[in-house]
Design a protein around this ligand. Structure first.
Ligand code: UZR
Ligand code: MG
Length: 247
């Protein structure tokens, strides 16, 4: 009986901790200019957390499909403006993942500039990583992030990578990429993306293409936070935690 009383009170503490700290997954946001290495940073974090249930989402999936009129003038369409993204849908998806639900993430085609009719199913996880150039632009998204990382890479390195990537995997020609960069990508980066560096918790210099110290520190922090959550998880078996708390 003494044991069950002790378990009971510990469980109460755990339940209280879950209420006052965090319920649901640990959500990490990764922002930074185009071709700054956001995806690589996410992959490095994921590799080191392979023992956790982890999902990664790209803000690119939430580009609005272009209308017929916009398609006629696709060269003048501004893909680097906040309005190009369906931020409401991002918030919906993050909220659902926070509740421990399975979500459907849209699929966007960079060649046709349309959403595909298919969606990608994303299962509930302990860690959710979402990356995108203008992620920190939206207050509703910011309020859902447990950790905000800004990937800081020199502009010349980013342009070089962008040319390489867009010509190899996004079906563009060099002149087209440079024109778009000068007209939209660079000014929008300076107007919208760069100012959000200020809201980041961590800024990672990524010019050399890797920064293992930064990744190690970030992963350590995440593990500390997950460890605290584990306590609440153990006691969820005792049926004292809110129903949406999953083991
Ligand atoms: P990352 N983008 C396209 O090139 N075509 C599209 O249909 C949709 C987006 C580009 C977008 C932005 N801009 O700079 C980049 N332009 O994708 C963001 N022009 O992707 O974060 O991987 O660099
Ligand atoms: Mg990317």
């Amino acid at each position: 009986n003494i044991a069950s009383t002790a378990a009971g009170s510990l469980a109460e503490v755990a339940a209280q901790a879950a209420v006052t700290t965090r319920c649901g997954p640990f959500i990490i946001g990764v922002a930074g200019g185009t071709a700054s290495g956001k995806t690589t940073v996410c992959e490095r974090i994921m590799e080191r957390l392979h023992d956790q249930r982890l999902v990664m989402i790209s803000m690119d999936s939430f580009y609005r499909g272009l209308t017929e009129d916009e398609m006629k003038n696709v060269k003048s369409y501004n893909f680097d403006h906040p309005n190009a993204f369906d931020s409401e849908e991002i918030v919906k998806v993050l909220l659902a993942l926070k509740r421990g639900e399975t979500v459907e993430v849209p699929e966007y085609d960079f060649c046709t500039h349309q959403r595909s009719s298919e969606t990608k199913q994303v299962n509930p996880a302990d860690v959710v990583i979402i990356e995108g150039i203008l992620l920190f632009q939206f207050d509703e998204i910011l309020s859902l992030l447990n950790m905000k990382i800004f990937v800081d890479t020199d502009d010349d390195v980013r342009l070089a990578r962008r040319i390489q990537r867009d010509t190899v995997s996004r079906g563009r020609d060099v002149q087209g990429v440079i024109d778009q960069y000068t007209r939209f990508v660079k000014p929008m980066f300076e107007n919208f993306c760069l100012p959000t560096k200020r809201v980041a918790d961590v800024i990672i210099p990524w010019a050399r293409g890797d920064n293992t110290v930064a990744i190690d520190l970030i992963v350590q922090h995440i593990r500390t936070k997950l460890g605290r959550n584990d306590l609440t998880r153990i006691y969820s078996n005792l049926d004292v935690l809110p129903g949406n708390y999953q083991t």
